[in-house]
Design a protein around this ligand. Structure first.
Ligand code: SAH
Length: 357
């Protein structure tokens, strides 16, 4: 069995080269090649030919292929559907902002969390991504688009904290000075609220931004929307978030997709304010993006809800919706071409109808 070389960190690479009887600086040379997106060992021209052959025999390099690429006519957002080595597909979105380009990456093939409003979970869960496959989305999107990427959000398909080890390794790789060298402060990780893993992450004391998909301040509503809430309710989640803030000093961002008649009532805004008491947090309001499988509709009380939070001292921003014409907005990413092809058309038609109404 060959080893996935791009998932190794610098220390592990150094050990591999040591075992091969090679000087340790080889580790750095290879690391640099891999993180520039080298597709084969043959490209690594500063290594001897015999060494390149040895490496090809022992290791493999992951290289996803572009299965489909869509560019939004509305805002230039680009959505990639990548095909992985084993045939599975995942999506990645490149968003252009005035302050730089952001990439939204997937961490799993499908998702097991079952949130009722999210497309990523509708076709179920297949497997976790390797660190290399998470990193490849950044490397190859940058190479293919020619756009430098300065910010990363782990908000694509999958639950990052369900793939804890690989996500942490990815963070180490993407942050490395000999690799893409993207600072932790430029990275956001979004979770639907796996409390034990949030506790674990707190111990790492990373400077990234943790986003928590809250979506409702009361257990009854939240458990209907996000099944994970049945494992640990809102109170436990919020106390875990408070502890996270105390340990890391990093403000948490709470995501709240406003859904008509479900989580947009004035009493829920009030309860939100109470839930955030004693913790400097920030609420990111998202207009629900309709998905074909769900009857839920976006709220019409966006501004009122925002105002209610702001009036009581909670900062609340409204997230810009990007890539609507290519079904690239929050909660619209999917893992498969099987569904993906037709599915996308259904979704885009759906979005067009919404825009008309
Ligand atoms: N599993 C992680 C990462 C996904 S992030 C998480 O749940 O946080 C994707 C973000 O978009 C989450 O906040 C998710 O709750 C939100 N989202 C999912 N479906 C949505 C939809 N249809 N409209 C708006 N936001 C949605």
């Amino acid at each position: 069995m060959k080893i996935d070389i791009k998932s190794l960190n610098m220390q592990e690479l150094a050990l591999q080269f040591k075992a091969l009887g090679e000087p340790s600086f080889r580790a750095k040379q290879v690391f640099i090649w891999l993180h520039k997106g080298a597709a084969s060992f043959h490209e690594m021209t500063n290594l001897s030919k015999p060494l390149r052959e040895t490496l090809s025999a022992r290791y493999f390099i992951t290289v996803p292929t572009v299965e489909r690429k869509l560019v939004s006519k509305l805002d230039g957002t680009i959505k990639y559907l990548w095909r992985l080595k084993d045939g599975n597909c995942i999506e990645t979105v490149l968003m252009k902002y005035r302050h730089g380009n952001s990439i939204c990456i997937s961490t799993e093939v499908g998702c097991k969390m079952g949130c009722v409003f999210c497309a990523s979970t509708q076709a179920g869960f297949v497997r976790r991504l390797a660190p290399s496959e998470i990193l490849d989305q950044v490397l190859f999107t940058q190479l293919d688009s020619g756009e430098p990427i300065s910010n990363i959000v782990l908000m694509g398909i999958g639950e990052p904290l369900d793939n804890y080890e690989s996500v942490l390794r990815f963070l180490e790789l993407v942050n490395h000075p000999d690799g893409l060298n993207i600072g932790m402060r430029h990275i956001s990780l979004s979770t639907c609220g796996l409390v034990e893993q949030i506790e674990r992450l707190a111990q790492q004391d990373l400077q990234l931004t943790l986003s928590v998909s809250l979506h409702a301040p009361d257990d009854e509503t939240r458990s209907k929307l996000l099944p994970i809430n049945r494992a640990a309710g809102v109170e436990k989640l919020m106390s875990t978030c408070r502890a996270y803030f105390e340990k890391t000093g990093r403000r948490i961002s709470f995501e709240y997709a406003l859904i008509d008649g479900v989580n947009d009532a004035p009493w829920q805004a009030d309860l939100m304010v109470r839930r955030l008491r004693g913790m400097p947090g920030h609420v990111n309001l998202i207009a629900l993006n309709d998905i074909a499988e769900s009857p839920l509709k976006p709220s019409r009380r966006m501004a009122a809800f925002q105002q209610q939070l702001e009036e009581r001292g909670v900062t609340a921003t409204v997230r810009r919706r990007l890539g609507l014409d290519i079904a690239a907005a929050c909660g619209q990413l999917r893992r498969s071409t099987l569904f993906g092809g037709n599915d996308r058309e259904t979704q885009v038609k759906h979005n067009e109808n919404l825009a008309k109404n």
